[in-house]
Each structure stands twice: as structure tokens, then as C-alpha cells.
Write a protein that binds this ligand. Structure first.
Ligand code: NAP
Length: 496
């Protein structure tokens, strides 16, 4: 029997007041219902926000090292349950099992990292210009946050928001993607088992346009941390203008890899293959433009097409599968439309391009790994986020030309260069206009101990993950404290 998962409000697992549910489906086999979750309403959101508000009164006063200890326990529980959670990620989202396990590993890494932050959260002390006075800055929680997440990293991205938010002393109402709600629920169950107090994390399932939009605009929250498409993120930013809310949005990408004539071509082809077709191209950092020096262009496209055509596509839970399905039918149709657009605009399809429908493929949403050559920077497949297994190869005259093509994008998340020349690498590192740059590695594979996020249409507000400039900046305010112990009234900057 299909398991019915629930909302979590004030520590109680409960159904929506609507009494309705939504199904979560395995994209490799649509007859497999992974679970049902409540189809919530604004009333459920109101209740969750009130529960978070109430819990915030005491949670903000729990010492941060104690909050961190809960995250250590969560990390241990995630390790204990890694296999089950990794399989669930694959079953619910479609990514191949090694990636499903990697998704959970990212949450484990984040749990340990943010647990440690509970013992840091440092401020500054500086000397005062006056005798008998001291000056310091401290970091304080902000209040109640709405966390809204996509489906492509069903455990990792929720952990990127939940863990820094709560170690900082905030309470949250979490609205996970409707396509991967069971992974999100399992993560929250584990956090509760680790000892998160009632009301600190609340979770409301339901549609983005109803539950998500209502939550983001709620009068009683202080902030929103959103990851998803640029279309939804930009709407959220507009709708929150003037509402005095913190808002951070991590959105789409159109990530380039530059391959120079001095690159190790075998490594560049392997990197492009992983960057473009890992997670079926459904990563915000997926390599979707490969910009290749004209001297090695023919050899590169021949090698990439050969390698892509050999990738084993199928159910990610099966041994040996190298690329899984698209998340749902709408996404599959969108990708197929882009393949038609690429052909119509004159790009040369050198491998793939078709939906897979024979045998077991008919049960899910499968498309062949697809490579277009002779793409020009103005074509739509070179400009718009496709979010699927389609990569565009573009020819460049030299490094300057390649960097100009790479930067000619509305997005600015991740970029990469393959070159054995230190000067080429350093120039690219300096001139590529993205939040992340990889040298001799593809555009995917960020680690959690440094900030994650982009510029231009990709990101607005604070970045995610760890390190200076990471997620803690999103979830903490600075407060400055001057303490005068001279016993007299002292006036800064005033002589005499
Ligand atoms: P999406 O359609 O924008 O949805 C993201 C989340 O927002 C989901 O929980 C969704 O709920 C909710 N939502 C939808 N409409 C909403 C509204 N009007 N108000 C409030 N919330 C709303 O994105 P997606 O298809 O899940 O994810 C793919 C996108 O995420 C890609 O563009 C990818 O590049 C981006 N992404 C970016 C990063 C990054 O860090 N830069 C990382 C991963 C993914 P429902 O599921 O119920 O619709």
C-alpha cells in the first residue's frame, strides 16, 4: 500500500485541512507511486507560521553550540540511513543511484559543517576610541523563514537551507518541491529524531502557486530562501518588494565549458560528458554550452558524440545505468521542444535527439543524450536553460573569443576551462563572469564548505552553503554593541 506522508506543524504530523492528497511518482516507472502528501491550503500555512513564531521565542535563546549538537546527531542518523535515503532519492527523482547516494552525502557534509558553525558564529571585538568603553559585533537570528526548494537535489538542497537556518537560531516553514516531497519528509523526520524541538521546523506540502506563493508573501515571516527557476524566483522578488523581508533566490544557469587547443582532450571529453549528462542535465550547474577552440573542434565533437551515444540510459536503480529519466512529462516535452528548436535554427544534431519509448523506457520519461554541433551563440539552445540532456558545442577562435562567448549570457552560475596552460587558466579564472569557476574540471561538483551561487539572472540575495559569504549571511543579522563602563557620559567624536 502507498505510504501517506503528512505535514509537520508544531511537532505534530498531520493531514491538510483540505483532506486532499497529491501523489509522488517515480519518473523511471510511472506506475510506481512513491508516496502521497497533503495537498495543503493557506490555512495550513497560517498554522505552520504560528507554530514557528511560537517556537522562535525559546529557540533563539538556545546556545548555538547546543543547536549544533543536534545537527551532529542528525549527521550520524543520515549516515545510518544513507542507503535507504539514496535509493529513495533515485526512486523519487530519477538520478542514478551513485548520485542519489551523493545527494544524501551532501546533506551529511552540510550537517557536520553547520554543526561546527554552532561553535563559531563569530563576531568582532575592536578597541573603542574612548576609555572605559568596549565595542563588539554579534550575529543574531532573524526570525521565521520560508524555505522553498526544487526537485533536482531532493535531500541536499533542503539540507542547504534547513541546517544553516536552524543552527543560526531561526525557525522555518519548509515547502518542498511537489515532485520530491517524500525525500524532503524523510530528511525532516531525521532532524526531528535528532532532537530538533517542536515548532522549529514546520513542513507544509502542496502546490507552488498556492502554498508556495502564499507562504512567501506571509505577513508573519521575516525571510524567504528560494531555489528554483528564474521565472518563479523573479516573481517572488517582485511580489516581496516593499514588504521588508529578507529574500535570497538561487535560480537557473547556462553554464559553459571552454576547451582550449592545449587541453588534454580525453579529460575535456570526459568532463564535458559528466557536466552535460550527469543528473540527466538537470543540475543548475549542468554544462550546456561547450566552447571549443577551432584547432581541436572536429576531434572534440567526434569524441563527445561517440562517448554520449554509448551512455547507458535507464532506471537509475539498476546496476550499470549511467543516465536516468527526466523528472516528469512536462520537462521531457520541454526538452524535446528545444531539440526541435535547435534543428530548426540550423544547429547540427550529431547524436541523440529522440525520446526513448521501447520496452521499459515506455514506463518513464527518457530522452537520448543529445549533442548539437555548430551552434552559434545567438541560437536559443545556446541562450535558454533547457534543464535536460542536451548540450550545444560552439566553435571559438581563441581564448578571448571563448571567454566573450561564455560571458554572453543572462545567467552567471558556473563556468569551466580545460587547458594545460597556466596563463590561459588564470585569465579565465579572472575574466569569467560567474559565481563559480572550475579549472580542468566540469561545471558541476561544488563542495559545501564554500559559498554556492551565481550572479546576473542566476542569483539574488545571499549565497548558500558554507564559508565566508555563505548561507550564514542569509540567516543572521549583525548587531553592534557599545558598552560604556566609565561611569560617566562620554560622547564619541565630540571634543572636550
Ligand atoms: P520551480 O518550478 O521554480 O519550483 C521551485 C520551487 O518553487 C518548488 O517548490 C515549487 O513548488 C515552488 N513554486 C512554484 N511556483 C511558485 C510560486 N508562484 N511561489 C512560490 N513558490 C513556487 O523550479 P523546479 O522546476 O523545481 O527546479 C528547477 C529549477 O531550479 C531550474 O531552473 C534550476 O536551474 C533551478 N535550480 C537552481 C539551483 C541554484 O542553486 N542556482 C539549484 C537547483 C535548481 P511546486 O514543486 O509545487 O511547483
Amino acid at each position: 500500500m502507498t505510504k501517506a506522508y503528512k505535514n509537520l506543524i508544531g511537532g505534530v504530523w498531520k493531514d491538510s485541512v483540505s483532506g486532499k492528497v497529491r501523489e509522488s511518482i517515480n519518473p523511471a516507472d510511472t506506475s510506481d507511486v512513491v508516496g502521497t502528501v497533503p495537498d495543503s491550503t493557506s490555512t495550513d500555512v497560517d498554522e505552520a507560521v504560528s507554530a514557528a513564531r511560537a517556537a522562535y521565542k525559546s529557540w533563539r535563546l538556545v546556545p548555538a553550540p547546543k543547536r549544533g549538537e543536534i545537527l551532529y546527531r542528525a549527521a550520524e542518523l543520515l549516515i545510518k540511513n544513507k542507503d535507504e535515503l539514496g535509493r529513495l532519492a533515485t526512486r523519487e527523482m530519477g538520478k542514478i543511484l551513485p548520485e542519489g547516494l551523493g545527494d544524501v552525502q551532501e546533506a551529511i557534509d552540510m550537517a557536520y559543517f553547520m554543526a561546527g558553525e554552532g561553535r563559531r558564529l563569530e563576531g568582532q571585538t575592536v578597541p573603542s576610541e574612548l576609555v572605559g568603553k568596549d565595542c563588539k559585533s554579534v550575529r543574531e537570528p532573524i526570525g521565521v523563514f520560508a524555505l522553498i526548494t526544487p526537485w533536482n537535489f531532493p535531500t541536499a538542497i533542503p539540507s542547504w537551507k534547513l541546517l544553516p537556518a536552524i543552527v543560526s537560531g531561526n525557525c522555518v516553514v519548509f515547502k518542498p518541491s511537489s515532485d520530491t516531497p517524500v525525500c524532503a519528509t524523510r530528511l525532516v523526520e531525521i532532524l526531528m529524531e535528532a532532537g530538533v524541538p517542536e515548532g522549529v521546523i514546520n513542513m507544509v506540502h502542496g502546490s507552488g502557486s498556492i502554498v508556495g506563493a502564499y507562504l512567501a508573501g506571509h505577513h508573519d515571516i521575516e525571510g524567504i530562501s528560494f531555489t528554483g527557476s528564474s521565472a518563479v524566483g523573479e516573481e517572488l522578488v517582485k511580489s516581496c518588494a516593499g514588504l521588508d523581508k529578507e529574500i535570497s533566490c538561487e535560480m537557473g544557469g547556462k553554464n559553459p565549458i571552454i576547451v582550449m587547443d592545449d587541453a588534454r582532450l580525453d579529460l575535456a571529453i570526459e568532463g564535458a560528458l559528466w557536466g552535460a549528462f550527469g543528473t540527466t542535465g538537470q543540475r543548475c550547474t549542468a554544462a550546456s554550452r561547450i566552447i571549443v577552440h577551432e584547432k581541436v573542434y572536429d576531434r572534440f565533437i567526434e569524441g563527445l558524440a561517440k562517448a554520449a551515444s554509448k551512455l547507458k540510459v535507464g532506471d537509475g536503480l539498476k546496476d550499470g545505468t549511467e543516465m536516468g529519466p527526466l523528472i516528469h512529462k512536462i520537462q521531457m516535452q520541454k526538452v524535446l521542444e528545444y531539440i526541435e528548436i535547435g534543428k530548426k535554427q540550423g544547429a547540427r544534431l550529431i547524436t541523440g535527439g529522440r525520446q526513448l519509448t521501447e520496452g521499459d523506457y515506455a514506463k518513464g520519461f527518457f530522452i537520448e543524450p543529445t549533442v548539437f554541433a555548430d551552434v552559434t551563440p545567438d541560437m536559443r539552445i545556446a541562450r535558454e536553460e533547457i534543464f535536460g540532456p542536451v548540450v550545444s558545442v560552439i566553435k571559438a577562435k581563441d581564448l578571448t573569443d571563448a571567454i566573450n562567448i561564455a560571458n554572453d549570457s543572462d545567467y552567471g552560475l558556473s563556468a569551466a576551462i580545460f587547458s594545460q596552460d597556466v596563463n590561459n587558466c588564470a585569465t579565465a579564472e579572472r575574466d569569467l563572469e560567474t559565481g563559480i569557476v572550475y579549472i580542468n574540471a566540469p561545471t558541476i561538483g561544488a563542495e559545501i564548505q564554500l559559498p554556492f551561487g551565481g550572479i546576473k539572472k542566476t542569483g539574488t540575495g545571499h549565497k548558500e552553503a558554507g564559508g565566508r559569504g555563505g548561507a550564514l549571511d542569509m540567516f543572521l543579522h549583525w548587531k553592534v554593541i557599545y558598552r560604556d563602563f566609565s561611569g560617566k557620559l562620554q560622547k564619541a567624536q565630540i571634543e572636550g
